[in-house]
Design a protein around this ligand. Structure first.
Ligand SMILES: [Zn+2]
Length: 315
């Protein structure tokens, strides 16, 4: 029987859990659905990631409001993907911060990405009509952006670590607590989506820079919160191994179909039961195939191209 397209038939609600990681530092995990976070300043809040729609974002904000009623001054977007950014209007943030490449990518391919992601995983788009349009960052940076949290809360650092999951990912770092929000640059017990990635940069220098922070708590893009130095190192190692296996198997294949079958066989024993593995793999292998054949920047995914690649590899 043909596998249903991407996550189009994955309609079961996930259980959300709010974690208080330190005083005024929150993460919401959701059994493999996109994670989000928030950090309190003295008289404001910084929110990390916006979810797929304003209605989904308002449900998260209602949980956050049980802990703090401070206004959202900053909304940080780790990268341009629709399920991370299209809920932004719910936050009423003064400033929407992202890497400069993220802003460029939204302009270049935000519309197509929205249609693609909605088709792949409709469950995340709670009341899609509530989305007012594309989300535009109002403050961008190229290397580092810091926010003083006030009082004795220390600073919050947004850092670009190189090309990885996309061309413009950032991580959010709290030096005082050694807590990192890594966006989709690190996954913990969840499969990687690499359809817009730069695999070789990500698996080498970019993850090296992420690891060099020496985080003791790490919230990845999906999956569980990684705790303790060992837990953080394991999450980064898992991410790197997924990429290394892909690079080895796709690099050793003569056709795209062979690349998919070899990569699937090599990754499935360890990662096959983790969230979105089957969903991601055709798009992941397709992008890496392009990358290894000299296509520098990811080809734009459209709802039509998604179905073609799926039919060629996964059906
Ligand atoms: Zn992403």
């Amino acid at each position: 029987m043909a596998k249903p397209f991407a996550s189009s038939e994955d309609l079961g609600e996930k259980r959300q859990t709010l974690h208080v990681l330190a005083e005024g530092v929150y993460a919401l995990t959701a059994e493999g659905d996109p994670n989000v976070g928030a950090v309190e300043g003295e008289d404001f809040v910084v929110c990390f990631e916006a979810l797929a729609t304003p209605v989904a974002a308002r449900e998260w904000l209602a949980k956050l409001r049980e802990h703090t009623d401070k206004p959202v001054r900053y909304l940080v977007l780790s990268h341009y993907h629709a399920v991370r950014v299209l809920g932004a209007s719910a936050f009423g943030a003064d400033v929407i911060v992202a890497h400069e490449k993220t802003r460029e990518l939204i302009a270049e391919r935000g519309e197509q990405d929205w249609a693609s992601e909605y088709g792949r995983m409709p469950r995340l788009f709670k009341e899609p009509a509530s989305i007012p349009g594309l989300t535009w960052p109002t403050a961008t940076f190229s290397d580092r952006f810091t926010i003083e949290l006030g009082g004795d809360r220390g600073e919050l650092v947004l850092q670009y670590c190189g090309r990885g999951h996309t061309e413009g990912d950032l991580v959010m770092w709290l030096p005082k607590h050694r807590i990192m929000f890594a966006g989709d640059l690190v996954e913990s017990q969840a499969a990687l989506y690499t359809g817009d990635a730069f695999h070789r940069d990500w698996a080498s220098g970019t993850l090296d820079r992420v690891a060099a922070f020496g985080a003791e708590t790490l919230v990845g893009g999906r999956g569980a919160v990684a705790t303790g130095k060992d837990g953080v190192e394991a999450a980064i190692a898992q991410t790197r191994e997924f990429l290394d296996v892909m690079i080895r198997e796709v690099g050793g294949s003569r056709t795209l179909k062979e690349a998919f079958e070899r990569t699937h066989a090599a990754l499935a024993p360890r990662y096959g039961r983790w969230p979105i593995f089957e969903h991601c793999l055709p798009f992941d292998v397709s992008r890496l195939w392009d990358e290894l054949h000299g296509i520098e920047r990811p080809v734009i995914w459209t709802a039509e191209r998604d179905r073609d690649v799926w039919a060629a590899l996964q059906s």
